[in-house]
Design a binder for this molecule. Structure first.
Ligand code: FAD
Length: 566
């Protein structure tokens, strides 16, 4: 039987003093337990993840009220919206990260942080199983158990490859800071390889073919920033091969940026066309080999194209340990953890989930939408006129702004077209929408897609909301009936979470950005780029990162981007 190593014991002692760590597990079931000496006075809150959701929660939490522990495999917060800028060297990686310990220090040093990943949640015993990801220096396998009274799951998501063969082996992802750094090095490697003296023209072309799979905001922004890097900086440094560079953007749907307004989609497609970015819509990538990407289109069949570097950005999937957790709690048929409107994981006492790993259960939303339809369908014919459709939609949008986003997303294309044609045909008063079909499509959305967009905006609003609830929890416990009667079926201590959509940006390169702001206000062009600069400078998590990011932008304006392969 092995004994826990010194470093692990130190970890145990340190953690036990926080009141959260209850046992050391040396090697799986062969665990030697170290009992926690006394019960803590404050309730234990364990936060998984230091991304947008977790960090915003921690920054807003009154940490004196709880015994808080944070567990994450990375010891920093990363400002993900600027990751595409890191791939081209417009912004340096360290400018967009803030050490989590610095953030926690500002909370008075009350919060403990463990650099580790959770690999199992045990909701029955209210424990989580963790593994240190710096385990190489540790004896044993670096595993430990942490118990909780409240668990906040904010572990984000992983990139979804849809099990496409060869993607993991041959494509880059753009999810983490390390991914962006690897992409930057890989772009430079492609240029250096293509410059070697013994290569023929075809080989050079292959090396300089950059493929982006996925026409969502991340893929589009990356393609745009790569195009800027090539035209503004690399073309001067590699004049003999710059004409061989090709950027392809492959999207399975009929358009790119389908979650944006049609005007933005059209502008982006036209701009990319003018810039020489080859936008291939309606193509589904089915295989990625070392040298070639194979894509499918009903009209052309399979096409294989050679490439130098590929970036895969087709959406997000659930982390494996969350999938296991969902199986345990009877949510195996869902794609992301379902919570109620108070962000509590359903049927799971004391567990909350926020950000990309969670979605609000839509049963109530669907009931409300059905009710709106029922009221609108005065003559009980099962159909609505244009005017009625408009009223219904306005009512839905006011209550659930996120529905509007999904009406524009590709999953809802059929419905969106129906609504658009109905709305556009103003004089044809009798255009009718089949209510049952509309409701069916909406409930399909409920079961298949994440209802709230997977954005930093949602994750941080949820983190902020949840922290406020936690700050008031004690008062609420002393006064269990609660001051606000929200629903007919019972009293709730807090208002339900409501997402406030503040708009979204799509940087398109060449100092032009498109923005879709609340109220369907669209702005595109150079002035919007300045709006983008100011919003992202303002949103930085600290003055240090704000200064670094602004100075990176200034450096880029004056000296251009750095092209070294480091
Ligand atoms: P994350 O921010 O991903 O954080 C997850 C955290 O969990 C991380 O700290 C991770 O280390 C940790 N973790 C992972 N596994 C474990 C584990 N097993 N145990 C413990 N901790 C774990 N959104 C916008 O609103 N605007 C944008 O412009 C925008 N641009 C983007 C650009 C890119 C390139 C990308 C990738 C995303 C962008 N997003 C944008 C989306 C946004 O980044 C995400 O929606 C947001 O990060 C979700 O926050 P989160 O807290 O759920 O997850």
């Amino acid at each position: 039987r092995r004994r826990p190593g010194v470093s692990n014991l130190l970890l145990v002692v340190a953690a036990a003093s926080s009141g959260g760590l209850v046992a050391y597990a040396d090697s799986g079931s062969d665990a030697a337990a170290v009992e926690k000496p006394q019960l803590p006075l404050r309730k234990k809150v364990v936060v998984l993840g230091t991304g947008w959701g977790g960090t915003t929660f921690l920054r807003n939490l009154d940490s004196k009220l709880y015994d808080v522990q944070v567990i994450s495999p990375r010891n920093y917060f990363a400002f993900t919206p600027l990751l595409p800028s890191v791939t081209s060297g417009t912004v340096e990686p360290r400018s967009i990260v803030e050490p989590i310990r610095r953030i926690l220090e500002k909370k008075g040093g009350e919060i403990k942080f463990w650099e580790a990943e959770c690999f199992k949640i045990d909701p029955k015993n209210k424990k989580i199983h963790c593994r240190s990801n710096i385990g190489t220096n540790l004896d044993g396998n670096g595993e430990f158990l942490v118990d909780y009274d409240y668990l906040v799951v904010a572990v984000g998501a992983r990139t979804n490859t849809f099990n496409t063969p060869g993607v993991v082996e041959n494509c880059h992802f753009l999810k983490e800071v390390e991914d962006a750094q690897k992409i930057r090095r890989s772009v430079m490697d492609c240029f250096e390889r293509a410059s070697l003296p013994f290569l023929d023209e075809e080989e050079r072309k292959k090396n300089l073919h950059f493929v982006v799979v996925g026409g969502g905001p991340t893929g589009v922004e990356f393609a745009a920033s790569l195009h800027d890097f090539v035209t503004e900086d690399l073309s001067k440094l590699y004049p003999s091969i710059q004409h061989l560079v090709k950027i392809s953007l492959i999207e399975a749907a009929d358009h790119i940026l389908t979650m944006f307004d049609k005007r933005i989609t059209n502008f982006a497609e036209d701009k990319f066309g003018r810039d020489g970015i080859d936008v291939k819509t309606g193509f589904k990538v089915v295989k990625v080999a070392k040298d070639a990407i194979t894509m499918q289109n009903p009209a052309t069949g399979d096409i294989s194209v050679p490439y130098g570097m590929a970036v895969w950005s087709t959406g997000i999937g659930t982390r494996p340990f969350i999938v296991e957790f969902m199986k345990q709690i009877g949510q195996a048929n869902r794609r992301v953890l379902a919570t109620d409107e108070w962000l509590r994981v359903r049927e799971c006492d004391g567990v909350y989930a926020i950000g990309d790993c969670a979605t609000i259960n839509q049963r109530k939303v669907m009931e409300d939408i059905s009710e709106i339809f029922r009221v609108a369908d005065k003559d009980k014919s099962g159909t609505l006129t244009v005017k009625e459709i408009q009223d219904v939609l306005d009512d839905i949008y006011v209550r659930y702004p996120q529905v509007q986003l999904y009406l524009k997303s590709k999953q809802m294309n059929g419905i969106a077209d129906l609504v658009r044609s109905a709305k556009g045909d103003a004089e044809k008063e009798s255009v009718e929408l089949n209510i049952e079909e509309f409701k069916k499509a909406l409930s399909l959305v409920d079961s298949q897609v994440k209802f709230l967009p997977a954005t930093a905006q949602v994750a941080s609003q949820q983190g902020q909301y949840l922290a406020r609830c936690f700050n008031k929890m004690k008062d609420a416990e002393e006064n269990p009936e609660g001051p606000i009667r929200i629903r007919g079926e019972g009293r709730h201590r807090f208002r339900p979470f409501r997402y406030r959509h503040l708009g979204q940006f799509a940087p398109l390169g060449g100092e032009q950005t498109a923005a879709q702001l609340p109220g369907d206000w669209i702005s595109i062009g150079h002035s919007t780029q300045w709006l983008w600069y100011s919003v992202y400078a303002t949103k930085q998590i600290s003055w240090r990162t704000r200064m670094l990011v602004v100075s990176d932008w200034t450096r880029r304006f004056i000296f251009g981007r750095d092209s070294s392969c480091i």
